[in-house]
Design a protein around this ligand. Structure first.
Ligand code: HEM
Length: 475
């Protein structure tokens, strides 16, 4: 290599170095001159997507250990700020909830105008979003409405137990049966119909039709099914036939007053079974896995249940109010394995947001890593251990509404999951019933230490290896 060639290379290297340095410095400041959160250097086009292969929330948690609890990532072309600690999340929610309460809308969800009618995607400032959330609170998930549907929940649980009974003694994957039962519980509560069949693949099909690979064609298919259901119900009502007293009846009453259009009813039904069925089912599977991995916890939960339910044939929903230990087990499982570990991405709709001293400019996606927040050592002692007692020992009781921000499996603030009142009834009922009706054993030769608790996260955080167990009829 000649001397001039060496100089040329050095010059190129120096030039490239200074451009990168300049870009890095520029990247650290917002247009208002405020410091932006630090983060790994993005590549052209893909940004930091190459940093996130594998279980995304684990990868993001690892990066936050290097860059801090308020971190910048570029996801493709989207500037994103990730919040990973209890204190940073508290600051974001207490100071800026309203400014961060919009959503980033992926193109697929614009299909059929879904995003414009959806409680998930409309910005919180939009009057339609306010109306939808209002209707959910005052017409759907009301104490009276939920109480009226209690027989449905109890029936769906009985059907699940009836599915397991003839299979007692067999090694089973329980995921499919639980998923079917939970989808039916949600669909029957909403429109008095089972959408899944035990032993068939309908539930899986529907899940696939769901959020994962949604295209305009699939949207149209789901929407035309839902439209038919509404048409049939309207005809039923016009014929003055007996009411169903499900959520659809309540929604059609609102529609009759002109406060809600048919397309919004469809969007709400769609969201309910997509958002509800999966996350409830996977939560049940996680709790069962933790109970089997921790036999002393299972024994304690069983003893509590025996005290409350005794030799009654079945658990009644009101019994679950007297099962504080089981409630703590459910919370502890959701703390360690939230079905939505990154919640749903929020979006900054105004400038002026500052978290941890860093600027979060308007248009930035804000991701809360609930997985990290709920294992933050500043908020939780021995955060990776499964210890339900911690929820019983807290000075102020913790519910699912995320007030304290350190426990937020359903989010918190304006965007809190509206399904909480339904879930807090369903989860304890299903789990208490499963434990009451059966002893659960691991397959022959397997010990709790052998269980693989690895996570897999596509749209919901699940056990990577589905739980296999043996139900034994309890005396
Ligand atoms: C165990 C079950 C469930 C879990 C873990 C769960 C979790 C969540 C989470 C983490 C969010 C996002 C919160 C945020 O962005 O800050 C959310 C939003 C939402 N969930 Fe749930 N959810 C569950 C069940 C349900 C059910 C049963 C329904 C309806 C029947 C439902 C409907 C919704 C809707 C409509 C939103 C969007 C709310 C908004 O953006 O304003 N979810 N849920």
């Amino acid at each position: 290599m000649g001397t001039s060639e060496v100089w040329l290379r050095l010059l190129w290297a120096a030039l490239a170095g200074s451009v990168l340095f300049y870009l890095a410095v520029l990247r650290r400041y917002s247009s208002g001159g405020k410091l932006l959160p630090p983060g790994p250097t993005p590549l052209p086009v893909i940004g930091n997507l190459h940093n996130l292969g594998g279980v995304v929330h684990h990868k993001i948690a690892n990066l936050a250990r290097i860059y801090g609890p308020v971190m910048s990532l570029k996801l493709g072309f989207v500037n994103t700020v990730v919040v990973s600690s209890r204190d940073a999340a508290k600051e974001a929610i207490v100071m800026h909830d309203r400014r961060l309460a919009a959503r980033l809308i992926p193109d697929t969800f614009r299909a059929c105008g879904f995003a414009d009618r959806s409680a998930v995607f409309l910005p919180s400032a939009d009057p339609h979003w306010k109306a939808l959330r209002g209707i959910q609170g005052t017409n759907v998930f009301t104490p009276r409405g939920l109480a009226a549907l209690r027989p449905i929940r109890e029936r769906k649980v009985r059907e699940l137990l009836d599915y397991f009974r003839p299979r007692a003694g067999e090694e089973l994957h329980i995921r499919h049966a639980i998923h079917t039962a939970m989808l039916n519980m949600v669909s029957t509560s909403f429109f008095s119909m089972d959408i899944a069949d035990f032993g068939s693949d309908t539930a899986h099909e529907l899940r696939d039709l769901g959020l994962r690979r949604l295209s305009e064609k699939r949207f149209s298919r789901v929407y035309s099914i839902l439209d038919d259901i509404i048409a049939q119900r309207l005809a039923h009502t016009e014929a003055n036939l007996e009411k169903h007293d499900d959520f659809l009846d309540a929604l059609l009453e609102v529609m009759a007053t002109g406060k809600m259009e048919r397309e919004y009813v469809m969007a709400m039904l769609f969201e309910a079974f997509v958002a509800g069925g999966d996350s409830i089912a996977f939560s049940v599977e996680w709790v069962m896995a933790e109970l089997l991995r921790n036999p002393h916890v299972m024994a304690k939960a069983r003893a509590e249940l025996k005290d409350v339910v005794g030799s009654k044939q079945a658990v009644d929903e009101p019994d679950t109010a007297n099962l504080p230990y089981l409630q703590a087990v459910i919370k502890e499982s959701m703390r360690l394995h939230p079905p939505g570990p990154l919640l749903l991405p929020h979006l900054a709709v105004e400038d002026g947001v500052e978290i941890g001293g860093y600027a979060v400019p308007k248009g930035t996606a804000v991701m809360f890593n609930a997985f990290s927040i709920m294992r933050d050592p500043a908020a939780w002692d021995t955060p990776d251990e499964f210890m339900p007692e911690r929820f019983l020992q807290r000075a102020t009781p913790v519910d699912f509404r995320g007030k304290e921000v350190d426990f937020l499996p359903f989010g918190t603030g304006r965007r809190l999951c509206p399904g909480v009142p339904l879930v807090e009834r369903v989860l304890p009922l299903v789990l208490a019933s499963l434990i009451h009706a059966f002893q659960w054993r691991l397959p022959a030769g397997m010990s709790p230490e052998d269980m693989d608790m690895s996570e897999r996260f596509m749209t919901t955080n699940t056990l990577a290896v589905p739980l296999k167990v043996v139900p034994i009829i309890a005396n």
